[in-house]
Design a protein around this ligand. Sequence first.
Ligand SMILES: [Zn+2]
Ligand SMILES: [Zn+2]
Length: 343
Amino acid sequence: MKAAVLYAKRDLRVEERPQPSPTGTQVLIRVRAVGVCGSDVHYYTEMRIGDQLITKPQAVGHEFAGEVAAVGSKVEHFKVGDRICVEPGLSCGKCRQCREGRPNCCPNVIFYGTPPVEGSLQEFVLADQEQCTLLPAGMSFAEAAMLEPLQVGVHAFNLVPCVPGDWVAIVGAGSIGLSCLAMVRAAGATRIIVTDKLDYRLALAKKLGATHTVNVEREDALAAVKKLTDGQGADVVYEATNSVKGLPQAVALARIAGRVAAIGIPPVDEIPLPASFPRRKQLTVQFIRRSAHSIRQALELVATGKIDVKPWITHRFPLARVKEAFDLVDAYGDGVLKAVIEM
Ligand SMILES: [Zn+2]
Ligand SMILES: [Zn+2]
């Protein structure tokens, strides 16, 4: 089988590997679609996220869906040919975090594409049956691959919800920002201000329900949000950029006693955050790690038409052109929001 293997910064090669076979409760998945995530691109350009380093060649990728190709002897709920989406994290189920309902914070979690765990940019991968969920008949594999970024927004919303009538700011209009947009829109937020530096992403956010958009390269986002919120600031702010400026910006946009969800992953590990005004405003800042038990919720929202993820998918590539896809996403080329590798 073929796999896309990251050797060094920007050195991503498609090569042959032996196909794995499932044992016990494992399912062998014929991967059909993989979304290219901002975090995958961090590994591609830096070989690291914070202290997680890629030190030997490995496949990246974790947003995926496919078909069951074989099952281990103890698999109960799936059969060959089933179409499934996959929760990328497999937690231990035994530690305190797991027992208290935070499998995403499990120190023993195994997560596709996070070193040293192999990622899903391979023709076949193994998953435990508990990571798999059946897809409804009408849902494409590419759409199903979007459930992973969507569930990050679902999880952020579950931890930092808004209520009908809230005024919300979303910093960053990538797929995570758009997943937050979908959630707050479904929840009845009445003013939804999305900021980004790319006009084409702001245009998409507008199409998907943002009431206002602000280009941070041309406008003072703080002044703009103040103006749009009667001088107060947003009740709830979701930070979903890959920039060191994202969180300081999000904190600035929140009203007094507002709430901030910090979701984005900056390229370096230190964020310059002012000390005084977040304190004076008595802000609540909730950091968000991945997602927890949210894929079923994401699946239901898409399957019932409450959220449409199809407009996120702007580009499709075969596995042979995976490097092109990563370069495109890294450069924000050709109006890209989400590139999907289809196999
Ligand atoms: Zn992702
Ligand atoms: Zn655990």
